[in-house]
Design a protein around this ligand. Structure first.
Ligand code: HSE
Length: 435
């Protein structure tokens, strides 16, 4: 008798056979014996589903039952775990999640949009049905950040975290600096490389990072998932000139997700930041993600790894299947839903800190006087001001760094500055985070 036949099996059905789905099959096949030894179960793929059966995926899927409709999995007695790798917050993915959990199947997903929007609701169904929901691969690809926070750091009160949560935009910012090319050129390159989500706005406008931040907030702070109150701003307005000036000032531009919980409530924001070159997160380049977590007994931990791709993401999906094989009972957010808090969102306009401001203006007398008057009237104090000659068209970039100021005051001043006749391009403010 083969060794694995002595072990009980855990039967898995996979919905979605894109890059990650194929990676999951490869890991479960290649590391089958090792996983059986680690879990005491044989993880067996019994069925798969995807939109196109015939596509060449480089693996043999003919040995698994095929289903045109992934919802069929939920009616099969021989399926214990349904793995959703379809994507999208609504539609089939949401229906599959609900039906799987309602019918008592364990549910594993890499779907960040689904969990950001409906995480608490789905976790409640899982609890009611005494089954498991796991979503490690939804945040930061191959970094096991959800298990690290929910299990490894479970002894700590966590009240702050931040990270690079989107690999595509991190790649773009890295490549702008490395090649000296501007945003539009690098955008064309990532389109050709296939790095963008099918809706590029998810990457470029910080929405994908926002989904991931909302999930991390829930896991770390024990709050109900509140994606609706994540402030999101992407990288579309970052120019090469900003990257170059930031460097000169001792900073690198990174798209960060920042979350904290205080007596005032829950802060969740995604936006480009100037981070000091001395901070390790400034050196997290290309497709890598990183997350920094602060706990009351660990002080700070830093996690770095690949944020996407077949191997890293599938590694996290399979870790969840292994988790289910070992234990069904841990709540999805590591705390029962009725213990999760509902919190007051803190508005971005309450942020207090320094700002980098880039102005593109006509070069003529009195322009600086008008600009500084607007800042003075909002009580925003300047620390640095740079102007280096003119562009070929006679216009000029003015770079300013403020002392700490309230966001609403800075934005009021910029609204007034944007109304000046000499302003060519709307002012850009980037928050400086001296993390
Ligand atoms: N678009 C995502 C990223 C993929 O670039 O990080 C991984 O979630």
């Amino acid at each position: 008798m083969a060794k694995d036949q002595k072990l009980p099996s855990l039967k898995v059905a996979i919905a979605g056979l894109g890059t990650v789905g194929v990676g999951v099959i490869k890991i479960l096949e290649n590391n089958k014996d090792m996983i059986a030894a680690r879990t005491g179960r044989v993880i067996e793929i019994v069925a798969v589903s995807a939109s196109n059966r015939k596509r060449d995926r480089g693996i043999d899927i003919s040995k698994y039952d095929w289903s045109d409709n992934a919802l069929d999995f939920t009616n099969r007695d021989d399926v214990d775990v349904i793995v959703e790798l379809i994507g999208g917050s609504d539609g089939i993915a949401k229906e599959l999640a609900k039906q799987s959990l309602t019918k008592g199947k364990s549910f594993v997903t890499a779907n960040k949009a689904l969990i950001a929007h409906y995480g608490t609701e789905l976790a409640q169904i899982a609890e009611d049905k005494k089954t498991a929901m796991r979503f490690e691969a939804s945040v930061a690809g191959g970094i096991p950040i959800i298990k690290s926070i929910g299990q490894g750091l479970a002894a700590n009160k966590i009240n702050r975290l931040y990270g690079i949560l989107n690999g595509t935009t991190n790649y773009m910012l890295t490549q702008m600096e490395a090649t000296g090319k501007d945003y539009e050129d690098i955008l064309e390159e990532v389109k050709l490389l296939g790095y963008l989500e099918s809706d590029p706005a998810l990457d470029l406008d910080g929405i994908d990072a926002g989904h991931k931040l909302a999930i991390l907030s829930s896991v770390a702070f024990g709050v109900k998932t509140d994606f609706a109150n994540v402030y999101m701003e992407g990288i579309r307005r970052i120019k090469l000139v900003d990257i170059e000036y930031a460097n000169e000032l001792g900073y690198r531009i990174k798209l960060l997700g920042i979350a904290s919980i205080t007596e005032d409530g829950l802060t969740q924001r995604v936006h480009p930041c100037l981070v000091p070159l001395s901070n390790p997160i400034a050196r997290v380049d290309n497709g890598f993600n990183a997350v920094v977590v602060y706990g009351d007994f660990i002080e700070r931990t830093f996690f770095e790894g690949r944020g996407a791709g077949e191997g890293p993401t599938a590694s996290s999906v399979v870790a969840d299947i292994i988790d289910v094989a070992r234990d069904h009972t841990t709540p999805a957010f590591f705390i029962p839903v009725n213990e999760m808090k509902t919190t007051n969102p803190v508005s971005i306009s309450d942020r207090f800190g320094p700002y980098y401001i880039r102005l593109h203006v006509e070069e003529k007398p009195g322009v600086i006087a008008d600009i500084t008057a607007a800042l003075r009237d909002e009580n925003v104090s300047l620390r640095i001001m740079l102007q280096k000659g003119s562009e070929q068209d006679g216009s000029v970039y003015i770079i300013m760094v403020t002392h700490e100021a309230y966001e609403k005051k800075v934005m009021n001043a910029l609204d007034r500055i944007n109304g000046l006749a000499s302003v060519i391009d709307k002012a850009l403010a980037i928050r400086i985070e001296n993390l």
